[in-house]
Design a protein around this ligand. Structure first.
Ligand SMILES: O=C(O)[C@H](O)[C@@H](O)[C@H](O)[C@H](O)COP(=O)(O)O
Length: 238
C-alpha cells in the first residue's frame, strides 16, 4: 500500500485535486487497458467533484461507473446516491446508459439485490466467486463515526470477506455496500473528507493501534494506492 495524506486549504482545492487525480488515473487506465472503471460514493462532499467531471471532455464511452454503496431506496428518491451522481454528472454528458452500473434496489429484499450486484460485477470483470477484481478508482467518503461506503461501526458487513457486495446497516436502515476486501483490491482508493466534525474519527483511523470494528475506515488498506484528501478543517490536528 502506498498511502498519501494531503491537507488542502479549502473544499474547492480538495475537489480540484480529486479531479486532477481522477483525470490522470482515467488517462492511464484508458491508455493501458482501454477503459476506466470508477466506483462513486454518496454523501455531500463529492457533488462538486461530479459537477467538475461533467465539465471535462472525456472519452465517455470508455468510462464505466459503479457505486461503492447505495441507500435502499428507488433511483428517483432524494436519498439515492445514484440520483445525485446522475444529476451532477452522468445526465450532463454522453456517457452510454450501458456504462452506468447502478446498484439495484427494487426487489424489496436487500440480500437479493446485493447478490444481483455481486453477480453483475463478476460478469463485468469476468471474475470467479472468491476473486476480487480491481477497479481503477474507488472514491470514498468518511462519516464522523469513521464509517465508509456503508460499512458502519460494529455491523455484520465488516465481517464479510468472501464476496464483493453485501448488506450494510445504518441504525436498522439497510443499505447495499462493497465489502472491504473488494475496495482493497482497487488500483487507487481516494478518500475525500471535509469539515472539523471528521477530526476525532480521523485521529482514530490514522492511529497506529485502534479497533477496526469501531472505526471501519481503518479496514481500507488497498493493494494499490491510498489517498486521503482532506480540507484544512478536517486535517487541522493531523
Ligand atoms: O452513501 C453514503 O452516505 C456514503 O457513501 C457515505 O459513506 C459518505 O461518503 C459519508 O457518510 C460521508 O458523507 P459526507 O460527504 O456527507 O460527509
Amino acid at each position: 500500500m502506498n498511502k498519501t495524506v494531503e491537507v488542502h486549504s479549502s473544499v474547492s482545492a480538495l475537489v480540484q485535486r480529486a479531479l486532477e487525480l481522477i483525470l490522470s488515473k482515467a488517462e492511464t487506465a484508458i491508455g493501458e487497458r482501454g477503459q476506466f472503471t470508477i466506483a462513486l460514493s454518496g454523501g455531500s462532499t463529492p457533488k462538486p467533484l461530479y459537477e467538475a467531471i461533467a465539465n471535462q471532455k472525456l472519452p465517455w464511452d470508455k468510462i464505466h461507473v459503479f457505486w461503492g454503496d447505495e441507500r435502499y431506496v428507488p433511483a428517483d428518491h432524494p436519498d439515492s446516491n445514484e440520483l445525485m451522481a446522475r444529476r451532477a454528472w452522468l445526465d450532463q454528458v454522453a456517457l452510454p446508459q450501458a456504462n452506468i452500473h447502478a446498484i439495484p434496489t427494487l426487489s424489496a429484499n436487500p440480500e437479493v439485490d446485493a447478490a444481483k450486484y455481486n453477480q453483475h460485477l463478476q460478469t463485468f470483470f469476468n471474475s470467479a466467486s472468491g476473486e476480487f477484481p480491481a477497479l481503477d478508482v474507488v472514491l470514498l467518503g468518511m462519516g464522523d463515526d469513521a464509517h465508509t461506503a456503508s460499512l458502519f461501526p460494529y455491523t455484520e458487513a465488516l465481517k464479510v470477506s468472501d464476496r464483493l457486495v453485501t448488506v450494510g446497516n445504518k441504525d436498522d436502515n439497510l443499505r447495499i455496500t462493497f465489502t472491504y476486501p473488494f475496495i482493497n483490491a482497487a488500483r487507487s482508493v481516494i478518500f475525500m473528507a471535509a469539515g472539523a466534525n471528521k477530526r476525532p474519527a480521523l485521529a482514530q483511523v490514522f492511529a497506529p493501534v485502534a479497533d477496526d470494528f469501531a472505526y471501519p475506515s481503518r479496514l481500507i488498506r488497498p493493494q494499490g494506492e491510498l489517498y486521503w484528501l482532506l480540507d484544512a478543517a478536517a486535517g487541522l490536528e493531523l
